[in-house]
Design a protein around this ligand. Structure first.
Ligand code: WTA
Length: 653
């Protein structure tokens, strides 16, 4: 059932869950007036949250806005690692647990206090300096979910180096592209990663990436010993992490950073083949991520045990595993592995053992839990949970209801948070002590954010209507540009509706009460298990294979992963379609981009369905892949192709 149809099927009462009185009574925010107040003075609202941080020098001006370029807290200086670590230690919280780290191998755990984290961050920051990394230099980080990952990020932030974390599931080619684009001076990696009881090599992928990179920016590779996999170390370039920090001082002065200095680059898929380096800065980013973590999750740092089950390789992990939780002095759980290793109760075992109170995960995970069955969560004590969050894609109402019924105690609020790599922090979400939730809706803009659903011409739509999601006022954690390509920044986000209207790339609908339902991407970006994938990027990877002449890729609806990748290819003369070739092409895409980009199926066809003017009709391909009725095909030049493909698709399903 489509997302929209599923929503329509619910009665209005079934669709609305107001906060309970008990929850509202203890909530960080329970007065709806906050929305109007923040709207009336959004700069003052954000400045109030910025004041909760530790500044080295106060700002002169809250906001300078020359669309599309914003500067927040102009003139202010601070250091993020100081805010995440030193500040808490000085206030007496050094022994508080920052992370309960849980390795994938059962029984392997580490408890890391704020003091211990600070010591290791300082040691590694000193090691970075010893290897010639300084303020403004770019450092690529390609690590699994181990404590050294936040340590590396914070060490960069401490000395003002710019990190670019590359999800460890990306291929060596993807890593090479990112190293080149950012001119990274150093790569931080590990020998390998644990994945469902196996060891996946990482260091060898880094070696290949450096080989493939067209530049020669990388001077040093730092390697964490995680799995014991055999690797080769290159003399003069490669150094073990434990050797690099050995003997380094546990003190390292935090660099005074301008509020607008770059904190990190994070690459994300766009509508063209080349990933975009999203640039985030310091003061505004920390202001909004901390404010949203406190208010969206009703965070009580003294008592909550918070678990964001994302990977730090994506923005969710940057903002809501590393920066906001640490700056808010949260005790977090950080988990290395997958939810079904060694068994399908792993998440619930973790919730029970650590007494997790706030859980933040993705709809695709919830759908997998649903499929596995309620007996897994039922076998554990989940009564500690009090707030549940979701992010990454539209959540179907069935999954929302299952989350409520089987994971949270009945009345635990669910916050469906809409945001993007580009927005840095939450933008549309219920506030759990104020906003009634409806399964499938992200509800309303966070206080201070102006989210407007507009029609083709950019005019706001009426309740009950659909259109494009836009943001019409700057926000502190907004991307500042695309690394090295400000023109693309302007073209991608600001040209569609002009002026100071940010185009998010998502379709959305307002319901009769004015609540926002985000419906998914309206561009060539797919969302597979909550991961953004570019159709063009996968098409390029396919065409890169010697057998492929032309390809078209679409995201088709999938019950588990939200969307799945369907590829259609025509072959170069002399090549024959076969199951072996299909398998080879999937592997090839995996090598080019990463396993997460592998098509679920590859259809071979003598030609792609095209209009008479030669344009590929992707809409038809999507309908073919989904097995739904074909829409208007009157402009189609080669209808016989479509019939053959429909037959092939029917055979598969
Ligand atoms: C989608 C992840 C509906 C959306 C933080 C967006 C969502 C893209 C939601 C950003 C949600 C994220 N409801 N759709 N709650 N959250 N999306 O950059 O299409 O990896 O544009 O950031 O995910 O994905 P990204």
């Amino acid at each position: 059932m489509s997302h929209e149809a599923a929503i329509e099927n619910l009665s209005r009462e079934e669709r609305t869950f107001p906060p309970t009185e008990a929850f509202a009574a203890q909530a960080n925010l329970s007065d709806p007036a906050v929305y109007e107040e923040a709207d009336a003075d959004f700069e003052g609202w954000w400045a109030g949250h910025a004041e909760k941080l530790r500044w080295m020098k106060p700002w002169d001006t809250v906001l300078e806005w020359e669309a599309p370029h914003a500067k927040w807290f102009v003139g202010g200086t601070l250091n993020i690692s100081d805010n995440c670590l030193d500040r808490h230690i000085e206030s007496g919280a050094g022994d508080k647990v920052a992370y309960h780290w849980e390795g994938e191998p059962v029984g392997e755990t580490r408890t890391i206090t704020y003091s211990q984290l600070k010591d290791e961050v300082c040691q590694f920051a000193n090691a970075l300096k010893a290897h010639g990394v300084g303020k403004g230099d770019r450092v690529a980080i390609y690590l699994p979910m181990i404590p050294e990952l936040p340590v590396a990020m914070l060490a960069c932030a401490r000395i003002g180096a710019i990190h670019s974390v590359v999800f460890a599931g990306f291929s060596s080619q993807s890593l090479a592209d990112r190293i080149d684009d950012a001119d990274a001076k150093m790569v931080i990696t590990s020998d390998g990663a644990n994945r469902r009881g196996k060891q996946i090599p990482l260091k060898s992928a880094v070696d290949e990436a450096i080989e493939k990179a067209s530049g020669d920016s990388v001077e040093t590779v730092v390697v964490v010993d995680r799995t014991g996999l055999a690797i080769s170390m290159q003399d003069g370039r490669d150094v073990w992490y434990h050797e690099a920090i050995a003997g380094q001082s546990t003190e390292c002065a935090a660099e005074e950073m301008d509020a607008e200095d770059v904190l990190y680059i994070l690459y994300t898929s766009g509508t063209t083949g080349k990933p975009k380096g999203i640039v985030h800065t310091t003061g505004g980013y920390l202001t909004q991520t901390t404010a949203t973590q406190r208010l969206t999750f009703d965070l009580k740092p003294d008592t909550d045990v918070y678990w964001c089950a994302a990977d730090i390789g994506w923005v969710t992990g940057h903002s809501y595993i590393v920066y906001a939780p640490l700056a808010n002095q949260t005790t977090s759980v950080m988990y290395e592995g997958t939810p079904d290793f060694p068994d399908k109760d792993r998440f619930w075992d973790i919730v029970e053992r650590y007494g997790v109170t706030i859980l933040y995960t993705a709809p695709t995970a919830i759908r997998a839990f649903m499929k596995w069955g309620a007996e897994y969560p039922e076998s554990k004590d989940l009564s500690s949970l009090r707030v549940l969050g979701t992010v990454g894609e539209p959540i179907n109402p069935e999954a929302w209801m299952w989350y409520r019924e089987h994971i949270g105690p009945e009345d635990a609020p669910i916050v469906d948070t809409w945001w993007q790599t580009e927005t840095g922090g939450h933008m549309i979400t219920p506030l759990p002590g104020i906003t009634a939730s409806k399964p499938g809706s992200a509800m309303r803009a966070f206080p201070g954010i102006k989210a407007v659903v507009v029609d083709d011409l950019g005019d706001p739509v009426e309740p009950g209507q659909g259109g494009y999601l836009t943001i019409q006022r700057p926000w502190p954690s907004m991307l500042r540009t695309i690394w090295g390509d400000d023109q693309r920044f302007k073209d991608t986000y600001w040209a569609r509706f002009g002026g100071d209207t940010y185009f998010a790339g998502d379709g959305a609908k307002l319901d009769e009460d004015g609540a926002i339902w985000v419906l998914g991407r309206v561009d060539d970006v797919m969302n597979v298990s909550g991961h953004r994938m570019s159709t063009t990027e996968i098409e390029s990877a396919l065409v890169d294979h010697e057998s492929v002449a032309e390809s078209a890729v679409v995201g088709r609806a999938d019950d588990l992963t939200g969307q799945a990748i369907s590829a259609f290819v025509t072959l170069v003369g002399g090549y024959e379609a076969s199951d072996e070739l299909e398998a080879e092409l999937k592997v090839h895409v995996g090598e080019q981009i990463g396993k997460i980009a592998r098509p679920a199926e590859v259809y071979f066809t003598p030609d792609l369905p095209k209009t008479r003017s030669g344009k590929i009709m992707r809409r038809l391909l999507k309908q073919i892949a989904e097995g739904t009725e074909l829409g208007d095909a009157t402009t189609l030049a080669n209808p016989d192709i479509v019939t053959a493909l429909q037959e092939a698709a029917a055979k598969r399903s």
